[in-house]
Design a protein around this ligand. Structure first.
Ligand code: SF4
Length: 87
């Protein structure tokens, strides 16, 4: 049975869960169909060719960088895919 205190705390828990979900879904998972389709991997197989120096990404100096191919969701700065183009 719900009491008043439990009902009042419910929206806070749901909000916290939503924030976590939206943060984690910003990072591209290499197992997503779209990522698999272009061969995205989190660690480049080609030395020197990484997401952080690709023309399609914005190098922010962070571990993950926004990539235009994925509507600016985040890819690993040391990642790579078949669409790589050296900046
Ligand atoms: Fe990385 Fe460039 Fe491929 Fe985006 S397009 S995943 S930045 S290699």
């Amino acid at each position: 049975m719900f009491n008043r205190r439990k009902i009042l705390s419910l929206p806070l828990v749901l909000t916290a869960g939503s924030v976590f979900a939206s943060t984690s879904s910003k990072i591209v998972n290499p197992n997503e169909p779209a990522a698999k389709a272009i061969g995205y991997v989190e660690k480049t197989p080609k030395p020197g060719a990484v997401c952080s120096n690709c023309t399609l990404a914005k190098n922010t100096g962070e571990k993950h960088v926004p990539c235009a191919i994925f509507q600016n969701r985040l890819v690993n700065a040391n990642g790579w895919c078949k669409a790589y183009a050296k900046r």
